[in-house]
Write a protein that binds this ligand. Sequence first.
Ligand code: SF4
Ligand code: SF4
Length: 276
Amino acid sequence: MKIAVLSGKGGTGKTTFSSSFAFVTKSLLIDTDIEEPNSHIFLKGKTSQEVSIFNHFPKVDMEKCTLCGKCGDFCRFNAIIPAKNRVVIFGESCHDCGGCQLVCPTNAISWEKREIGKIFVEKSYFNSDLLYGKLNIGEMSGVKIIKGLHGMAKGEDIIIDCPPGTSCNTVNALEGSDFAILVTEPSPFGLSDMKLVVQLLQDMEIPFGIVINKADDENSEILDFCDKNSIEILGELPFSREIAKSYSEGKIIADALPDSQEIFKNILKKVKEYGN
Ligand code: SF4
Ligand code: SF4
């Protein structure tokens, strides 16, 4: 079963949750938050393999180019712009779709490649598998890294730590998920960002439930929203000084605070009921 863990924004406890979930289930964790991966900090693994991921971007042979402009008209990322005397390429903006080559009437376009990031393969300190991707600084699109992570992920249960929000990366990270766990926190921003992700999951027709992190007496707005929209609350992680301390020390909550394991086990049980 592929279980995605996501949140409306960064800092809501998505990685706190997914790292503990991986610890309790001993499942493969893939960290697709390629712009800011941090699962490896908690899983403290040793890297056994690094895989470079390349993007292709166009190169124009000006001997053949007639400056007709068709490639620029086609590219919606403004990565190829025919100018007065030459065609200007912005390789970092290119999404490697190949469209400009298809529309070029003179076969003036060929390809060059550039490393956009890496995938790291690790074994965690508790002997489970971890895959995470890292986008190189300055690169605009890491979708290929996320697709690469999915391609390399093998296992009965796979936990996907998704990028926060509803970006293109999040949509690609969610591809093929059987269930999603949306981690939120009881704050006005937490609720409004959560609603956007709820909409995304409904559009993608992925079943999901909510986990409230830092749960306290201010949960009522989230509870009301979930009640009105028939969304299941899978569990709550309490607001606690011990949890905050463990997190700041780079520890997995379920390991540092064994009493909390019951919370994750109960959530897993509810998630598995969706898979049956
Ligand atoms: S490959 Fe696609 S994204 Fe890249 S320059 Fe050509 S049309 Fe634009
Ligand atoms: S489509 Fe081909 S010929 Fe036309 S401007 Fe682009 S590279 Fe040049």
